[in-house]
Design a protein around this ligand. Structure first.
Ligand code: EAX
Length: 328
C-alpha cells in the first residue's frame, strides 16, 4: 500500500539521517612511529589507519611517518604531549619516564608466553596504564606488540648469565632494563633507537636487545653475529593520541579510534607471531648464529634478577603487581 511505502521511505530517511548524524569531522592527522612500515608494527599501523578511514566514511585521514622520521620514541612522545604530533606508536618502555607504573611491563621474565602477555596487557593492568596517560596530556588507545626481546651481540653466544658480564649493551631509556643488565654485570648504555645501528657498527657498543622483527628489519645481522634466545622481557607497543586531539573529538570519533585500534591490534599480534619463525630462518641464512638457553640457566638468571623485580615492585605498587599476577 502507499501507506506502507511511505513508512518505508520515512524509515530510510530516518536511518540515513542517523548515520549522517554521527558526529565526525574532516580531519588529517599526523601519526608517527619508530619502526619501518614493513615490520608487523608498521603493517598493524596501516591497518589502524585503514580502519579509521573506513569507519569515518573517509573523513579522518592520517599522514603517516614511519621509521623515526619524526624523531626517537622519547621525542615523539613529547611531541604528542605538546599536540604537535597527533598520534604516536611506541614501545611502552620509554613511557616509564612519565608514568612510573609502566615499569611493570618491563619486569624480566614476567610473561612465559604471548597468551600471558595478552591477558595482562588487555586486562585491568593494561586498562589502568592506558588511563594513566591522561595525567600526562596523552590518551592511550590500545596496545599492539613489539614482542619478546632477545639479546644480540658481536662477541659470543650467551648460554648463561655470566656470558652477559662485561658486554657493553645498549638498552632502551628505561630503569628496569638498565638495572637488569647491570645486575648481570654488563655495562648498560641507555640510548635512543636511531643511534643504535651506528654504535654497533663502530664498535662503541657490543650488544643490544630487541624482538626478532626489529633485529631483522633494521638489518642488525650486518653488525651482530649472535642472537641468544633470552626472551628476557616482553615489549608491548602503545598507540597513543594527544590529549588535545582527544578532548576535541566527539564521542562517535573517540569510538572510531578505540574500536579501530582494538581491531588492528588483533591483526597485528597475529601477524607478528606468524612472522617470527620466518624471520629466524632468514637471519640464520644471513649468517647469524642463534642459540637457546637451557631452562636451568634461565632459572639462574631469573634468581639473579629477583632483587630488580623486588625494587620495581615497590615502585609500581603491590596492588598492580597482584593484579598482573591474577591475570596470568
Ligand atoms: O620500538 O628502542 C627499542 O629498542 C624499540 O624496541 C624499538 O625501537 C621499537
Amino acid at each position: 500500500t502507499s501507506a506502507s511505502a511511505a513508512v518505508a521511505v520515512l524509515s530510510t530517511i530516518l536511518l540515513s539521517t542517523s548515520t549522517l548524524a554521527a558526529d565526525v569531522k574532516e580531519r588529517t592527522l599526523k601519526f608517527g612511529y619508530s619502526t619501518f612500515e614493513a615490520h608487523p608494527l608498521g603493517q598493524g599501523a596501516n591497518k589502524f589507519v585503514e580502519l579509521v578511514g573506513k569507519k569515518s566514511d573517509g573523513k579522518i585521514k592520517m599522514k603517516v611517518y614511519p621509521a623515526t622520521q619524526l624523531g626517537s620514541e622519547t621525542q615523539t612522545i613529547s611531541a604528542t604531549q605538546g599536540g604537535v604530533q597527533d598520534i604516536v606508536g611506541t614501545s611502552t618502555a620509554p613511557l616509564t619516564g612519565l608514568v612510573k607504573e609502566y615499569a611493570i611491563f618491563d619486569f624480566p621474565f614476567l610473561f612465559a608466553n604471548a597468551k600471558e602477555a595478552d591477558a595482562v596487557v588487555d586486562g585491568p593492568v593494561g586498562q589502568t596504564l592506558l588511563a594513566k596517560l591522561s595525567e600526562k596530556n596523552l590518551a592511550g588507545l590500545c596496545f599492539f606488540e613489539n614482542g619478546f626481546r632477545n639479546v644480540t651481540n658481536s662477541k659470543r653466544p650467551i648460554t648463561k648469565g655470566e656470558d652477559v658480564a662485561g658486554l657493553k649493551i645498549r638498552t632502551m631509556q628505561n630503569p628496569v632494563y638498565i638495572d637488569s643488565f647491570k645486575a648481570l654485570g654488563a655495562n648498560a648504555v641507555p640510548m635512543p633507537w636511531p643511534e643504535v645501528y651506528t654504535a654497533l657498527e663502530s664498535g662503541a657498543i657490543d650488544a643490544q636487545e630487541n624482538p626478532y622483527g626489529i633485529i631483522s628489519v633494521n638489518k642488525l645481522n650486518e653488525v651482530q653475529k649472535y642472537i641468544s634466545v633470552t626472551k628476557h622481557a616482553y615489549s608491548p607497543w602503545a598507540m597513543i593520541m594527544s590529549k588535545k586531539l582527544w578532548d576535541d573529538l566527539s564521542n562517535d570519533e573517540r569510538k572510531i579510534f578505540v574500536d579501530s585500534c582494538n581491531e588492528a591490534k588483533e591483526f597485528q599480534r597475529k601477524f607478528s607471531r606468524e612472522e617470527d619463525a620466518k624471520i629466524v630462518a632468514d637471519l640464520k641464512s644471513k649468517g647469524m648464529a642463534i642459540n637457546e638457553l637451557s631452562p636451568e640457566e634461565v632459572a639462574k638468571i631469573k634468581a639473579t634478577l629477583q632483587p630488580v623485580i623486588d625494587k620495581y615492585s615497590a615502585t609500581v605498587g603491590a596492588d598492580l603487581v597482584k593484579q598482573a599476577q591474577a591475570s596470568i
